[in-house]
Design a protein around this ligand. Structure first.
Ligand code: CUA
Length: 182
């Protein structure tokens, strides 16, 4: 009789082992497919914008001097689009206060210099993990002037709870202030 029990156990073990293998294979393949298909948009493309020194949303965190992150903040491109570069490092955001105009699309790029941080802009749906070596990009339009707190929501060390910043949305500058011919 002990022989029979042993055999029964073995059979169940084989079945469970088979199921575990199938689940593992499924997860393994789905993660790879997800990466290839670009489901992880924040990692994949830099929001469709070309950024100097950034390839496929990746950069060398020790050499951000070669990228626009060397001068964090908002800039207006020649085609009139707005891009903001934000650097996260323990335990602050640079710039600490990001000023953007209301009513215009702004693409915000965030990267980390050291460890994993978070970038959440209160009152919006902006909420990204900020991973060293990678750029998280998102485009948004702030509808009206105001102030939004930015918080790091990934535990990053002893100063994590002090890692706070701000996005200040300003009333748009009058079109007349722009040079003629645009
Ligand atoms: Cu940076 Cu938490």
């Amino acid at each position: 009789m002990p022989r029979l029990e042993h055999h029964t156990l073995k059979r169940y073990e084989s079945i469970w082992f088979g199921i575990a293998v199938v689940i593992s294979l499924f997860l393994f393949v789905s993660v790879i497919v997800s990466f290839i298909s670009g489901t992880y948009s924040a990692i994949g493309g830099g929001g469709g914008h070309h950024i100097t020194g950034v390839t496929n949303g990746r950069l060398d965190p020790r050499n951000i001097a070669a990228t626009p992150f060397a001068k964090p903040g908002l800039r207006e491109n020649a085609d009139g689009t707005l891009e903001a570069f934000v650097v996260a490092k323990a335990f602050a955001f640079d710039p600490p206060v990001l000023r953007v105009p209301a009513g215009r699309p702004v693409t915000i790029h965030v990267t980390s210099l050291d460890v994993m941080h978070g970038y959440e802009v209160e009152g919006t749906n902006i909420n990204a993990s900020v991973i060293p070596g990678q750029v998280a990009s998102f485009t948004t339009t702030f509808g009206r002037p105001g102030s939004h707190g930015t918080i790091c929501n990934e535990y990053c060390g002893t100063g994590h709870h002090n890692m706070l910043g701000r996005v200040v949305v300003e009333a748009p500058t009058p079109q007349a202030a722009r040079p003629a011919g645009e």
